[in-house]
Design a protein around this ligand. Structure first.
Ligand SMILES: Nc1ncnc2c1ncn2[C@@H]1O[C@H](COP(=O)(O)OP(=O)(O)OP(=O)(O)O)[C@@H](O)[C@H]1O
Length: 479
């Protein structure tokens, strides 16, 4: 059948003119003998401008970076020399207007009677393909970055916390911590005296405030007294007030904290620091529920709920005669023991995340989470300063990290210990070490948790060393 379509298809020129790929025909010198319309469209060079000319000089003269592309290195010319087929990628063709486009081309030899007579190059503009490839590669990189970031943030992002705990400021999910919360909830509804014991920074004050907030006195005052902050005589007037002229400097009558707490809660913090004399006074007031202001005659009765806290082992102090047993039992009606952070490491991720959110708020930083490796180190560290130390570390790192995810820039132990100094004599270094250990022991020298035990030396030796080196313990009298 001799259909018009068959006729059409049997005319090679018509066929070459109708394909989408650009097609160039070359003679053995590299001169153009054929240029199809698709090639004209892609390069802007018309067939009439190229026929009989060395096409390389028009559209293939330079590489993408602008460096010269010599004709003898051109793959099309090489095919014209050796008659081999070549598939070429990663090259560009130049348009008449001076712009360029990425191409992929095949160069095929033309043989006649086993003799090479020229070559054909078929090329495609692969700009869109290249753009898509770049876009895909960018997207992949971004996806990878995001997934790394998400992995880091993991479940420790800030807004996942239980709303109730957030409002109390208390965070934790360990069995031991939840037990404490349960005790707080139970005892808060009563009027019983509570004794909170726990190391420094474990959250004793926060628990005391929660007890008040959850109790019947929540609309009355919560008054805190730091017993370690006053000398004996000052403490008396601080707690019970004084009359005008009761002592030098008492220019006015002043109410004490017991009176101020009337109807509400009185929180006696650091109760283990009270001297024996102060303990006796306090005991009398607690027994009788009444007192007189310093320098006053009038008996004052108050209605308070008492909460006391200490980082000391009060029972141990009772044993060594440093804390009155009767006062201990009066305070220890409902004991709450706060576990140190190292004994509830499963709470560290939640705590750290909550602290990070508070730190972001405080410093105006925008850290999104804590890196997995930092968290791992947090969970391996012993936290002698407990939650307060964790707060300090996070705040310091938030300042050092500029954004993104918080990473640990300083090893934790190094952060806690003093910096290494090289301009100290041995005696100065020994003195510094004793001071550090005393700080750690709250000034206590004797006893199982005292500095002498930690330093593994008899108490008397430590005292004489301190005297020789001029080291003073703020609580020497108590220790
Ligand atoms: N469960 C908790 N969740 C979140 N933050 C807590 C928690 N417990 C304590 N904190 C925070 O840790 C810090 C130390 O807590 P707090 O002052 O109550 O400890 P403390 O035991 O009274 O310390 P110290 O004995 O040194 O006075 C506070 O900033 C407090 O808000």
């Amino acid at each position: 059948m001799n259909s018009p379509l068959k006729q059409f298809l049997s005319d090679p020129e018509i066929l070459l003119n109708s394909v989408g790929e650009g097609i160039y025909g070359f003679d053995l010198e590299g001169n153009a003998v054929f240029v199809n319309p698709a090639a004209e469209k892609m390069t802007g060079w018309m067939a009439s401008e190229l026929i009989g000319k060395r096409i390389h000089e028009y559209h293939h003269h330079s590489h993408a970076d602008g460096s010269v592309y010599p004709a003898e290195l051109c793959k099309i010319y090489q095919t014209l020399k050796d008659g081999k087929v070549r598939n070429v990628k990663n090259e560009v063709f130049w348009r008449k207007d001076g712009s360029r486009f990425p191409v992929e081309y095949t160069t095929t030899p033309i043989m006649k009677d086993n003799t090479l007579i020229g070559a054909v190059a078929i090329f495609r503009d692969i700009s869109i393909q290249t753009q898509t490839e770049h876009a895909l590669r960018d997207a992949l990189t971004k996806v990878q970055q995001l997934s790394e970031q998400l992995q880091e943030e993991n479940e420790y992002l800030t807004n996942e916390l239980n709303a109730d705990w957030r409002s109390s400021g208390m965070v934790g999910q360990s069995e031991r911590f939840l037990k404490v919360l349960q005790q707080v909830e139970l005892v808060s509804k009563t009027e019983s005296t509570v004794l909170i014991q726990g190391e420094n920074g474990t959250g004793k004050e926060l628990i005391a405030r929660s007890l008040h907030r959850l109790g019947n006195r929540k609309n009355q005052s919560f008054i805190r007294v730091n017993c370690a902050a006053f000398s004996d005589s000052l403490l008396e007037s601080e707690l019970f007030g004084h009359e005008k002229g009761a002592f030098t400097g008492a220019v006015e009558r002043r109410k004490g904290r017991f009176e101020l707490a009337h109807g509400g809660t009185l929180f006696l913090d650091e109760i283990g620091e009270l001297s024996l004399a102060a303990q006796s006074k306090l005991l009398r007031v607690l027994q009788e529920s009444e007192f007189e202001r310093v320098g006053g005659q009038q008996t004052i009765k108050v209605d308070i709920r008492l909460i006391a806290a200490t980082n000391r082992d009060l029972l141990d102090m009772v044993g060594s005669g440093k804390f009155r047993m009767d006062l201990f039992y009066r305070l220890n009606v409902f004991p709450i023991m706060l576990p140190p952070l190292r004994e509830r490491i499963e709470d560290i991720p939640l705590l750290a995340t909550e602290i990070l959110a508070l730190t972001n708020h405080k410093l105006g930083t925008k850290l999104r989470g804590i890196s997995k490796s930092a968290l791992k180190k947090f969970m391996q560290y012993s936290w002698p300063g407990n939650i307060r130390e964790l707060q300090n570390v996070i705040e310091r790192e938030a300042i050092l990290n500029h954004g993104g995810i918080l990473k640990l820039s300083t090893p934790l132990l190094e952060a806690f210990s003093e910096h290494v100094v090289t301009n100290q004599t041995l005696d100065e270094a020994i003195a510094q070490h004793i001071i550090n250990v005393l700080k750690y022991c709250d000034g206590r020298i004797s006893g199982p948790k005292g500095a002498a035990t930690i330093l593994d030396m008899p108490e008397s030796t430590l005292r004489s060393k301190m005297k020789k080196l001029g080291v003073k313990s703020r609580n020497m009298a108590n220790s």
